[in-house]
Design a binder for this molecule. Structure first.
Ligand SMILES: Cc1cc2nc3c(=O)[nH]c(=O)nc-3n(C[C@H](O)[C@H](O)[C@H](O)COP(=O)(O)O)c2cc1C
Length: 388
C-alpha cells in the first residue's frame, strides 16, 4: 500500500481494484484502478478520491507521505462515485479541508450524492494557488458527465485529466511505458468506445482547450499515467472523437440453429473477397462491450438475428440498444437473418440500424429456414459487389 512519486512532491495515492470485472455493463477483464493524487505544497492537496470501499487503501497510501488530517484542499474533478465515493470519508478525516468542484454541476452533483459537505465552485479560467504551484481548472462538461473538469498544474506540466485518457487496467506499474504499450492503447480504446464515444464534439472542444497547454504528464483517474507517447494517445483521441472509421467490417450475430450463422459466414466471405478486413463476432461468445472496441473504428456493421416469437433475439436487441446509446457515426449497416414464417427480426434489426443513422450497405437479407449453398453464394456475391 505504498504511494508512488510521479514527480518530486507529487504522489499517486489511489487504489487498485484487481477483481473488478464489471463496470456498469462494461466487462473489465483487467480490473481497474482509481487514481487519486497528492500534491505536497504549502496547501496540501488531494486530487480526486477513490471508490468508497477503497477509502482505507487510499488513506494508508497518503499516510506514508503525510497525516491525511493535514490535507488542506480536495479537488473533485468528477462527481461519479468511482472518484468521489471517498469524499465523505475524507470529510471525516479532515473536516476543515476545502473541497473544490465545478460550477454549477459539480456542486449540484456532489450535493445530490453526499449532501452538503461544503463545496467551493470553480470554473474555466479559475486558478488555485497551492504555494509553489498552482492549479488551473478547465471545464470539460459532458466528457462524460455534465460536471466534468480537468485540473492543470503549469509548474509541473501535469494535467489531471480524470476520465479522459484513462483505461481500466489494474497493475502495480503506474506508467503506461512500464507495460506493453499496445495493451494500454487497447484498453484506452475500449474505454473510449464504451464510455466517451457519444461525446465526440465535447471531446474535441476539450482537446482544443487543453492541447495548447504545455503538458509533460497526463495523469488520468483510471489506469496508467502517460509520461511518454503523449502524442500517440492524443492522436488516437482526435481520431476517435472525429468518428473516423477504417475500411473494416464486423459481422455481429446470434443464432439458435446456425442458419443465421451460415449467412454471417457468407457475408464475411464477401468482405474477404474484396480484401476488406472483417471479424465475425457471435453474441454468444463476445460481450457487447468487447464488440464496441473494434466497432468504434469499423466502417461496415452487419447485424444478424433469427426470428424468435416475432422478434429479434434478446441478445441482438441488447447489443443494438447499447450501440445506439454509444452513437457511432459515419457507418454503413446491413441487417440479415434466418426465419421460419413471419421473419420480423430482420426488419427490426434494419430499423434499429436506420435509427442509429447507418447508411444501408445493401437491402436486408432474409432467408427462410436453412440457407442453400446457392443462397449463401449469392449473399457473398452481393456483399462483394457493394464494396469499392
Ligand atoms: C422457439 C422458437 C420460436 C420461433 N419463433 C419464430 C417466429 O415467431 N417467427 C418466425 O419467422 N420464425 C420463428 N422461429 C423459427 C426460426 O426463426 C428459424 O428456425 C430460423 O431458421 C432459425 O435461425 P437460426 O438457425 O439462425 O437460429 C422460431 C424458432 C424457435 C426455436
Amino acid at each position: 500500500m505504498l504511494p508512488v512519486q510521479i514527480k518530486p512532491g507529487i504522489y499517486w495515492v489511489g487504489a487498485i481494484d484487481w477483481n473488478l470485472r464489471e463496470f456498469h455493463g462494461y466487462v473489465t477483464q483487467r480490473g481497474s484502478t482509481y487514481n487519486a493524487y497528492l500534491i505536497m505544497d504549502e496547501k496540501i492537496t488531494l486530487i480526486d478520491t477513490v471508490k468508497a470501499p477503497f477509502a482505507e487503501e487510499m488513506l494508508s497510501r497518503i499516510a506514508h507521505v503525510v497525516d491525511p488530517a493535514k490535507i488542506d484542499y480536495i479537488i473533485s474533478n468528477h462527481v461519479e462515485m468511482d472518484h468521489s465515493g471517498s469524499l465523505p470519508a475524507m470529510r471525516r478525516v479532515c473536516p476543515n479541508a476545502k473541497i473544490f468542484t465545478s460550477a454549477p454541476n459539480g456542486v449540484k452533483g456532489l450535493t445530490a450524492h453526499f449532501g452538503d459537505l461544503g463545496y467551493e465552485a470553480v470554473k474555466t479560467g479559475d486558478s488555485l494557488p497551492l504555494g509553489r504551484r498552482t492549479l488551473h481548472f478547465v471545464n470539460t462538461a459532458m466528457v462524460h458527465w455534465p460536471d466534468n473538469m480537468v485540473s492543470y498544474c503549469p509548474e509541473e506540466k501535469i494535467i489531471f485529466s480524470n476520465d479522459a485518457f484513462g483505461q481500466h487496467y489494474a497493475s502495480m506499474e503506474r506508467f503506461a511505458d512500464e507495460l506493453q504499450l499496445e495493451d494500454v492503447f487497447f484498453e484506452a480504446k475500449k474505454y473510449y468506445a464504451n464510455i466517451v464515444l457519444p461525446y465526440g464534439p465535447q471531446v474535441q472542444k476539450a482537446l482544443a482547450a487543453v492541447l495548447p497547454l504545455d503538458i509533460e504528464i497526463i495523469a488520468p483517474s483510471h489506469g496508467l499515467i502517460w509520461r511518454s507517447h503523449l502524442s500517440d494517445i492524443i492522436e488516437r483521441y482526435k481520431t476517435w472523437s472525429a468518428n473516423e472509421s477504417e475500411e473494416k467490417a464486423l459481422v455481429i450475430y446470434d443464432t439458435m440453429w446456425h442458419s443465421t450463422e451460415k449467412m454471417a459466414q457468407a457475408i464475411l466471405e464477401g468482405f474477404e473477397r474484396k480484401g476488406v478486413p472483417a471479424q465475425l463476432m457471435s453474441l454468444q461468445h463476445h460481450h457487447i462491450s468487447d464488440i464496441m472496441t473494434p466497432l468504434m473504428t469499423a466502417k461496415y456493421i452487419c447485424v444478424g438475428s433469427p426470428t424468435l416469437n416475432n422478434n429479434m433475439l434478446p441478445t441482438v436487441a441488447s447489443f443494438l440498444t447499447y450501440m445506439k446509446g454509444l452513437a457511432p457515426k459515419n457507418r454503413m449497416g446491413l441487417a440479415f437473418g434466418s426465419y421460419g414464417w413471419g421473419g420480423q427480426s430482420v426488419g427490426q434489426v434494419q430499423e434499429a440500424l436506420t435509427q442509429a443513422g447507418f447508411e444501408p450497405l445493401d437491402e436486408m437479407m432474409r432467408i427462410q429456414w436453412i440457407p442453400t449453398e446457392a443462397q449463401l453464394q449469392e449473399i457473398t456475391e452481393r456483399i462483394a459487389a457493394k464494396l469499392p
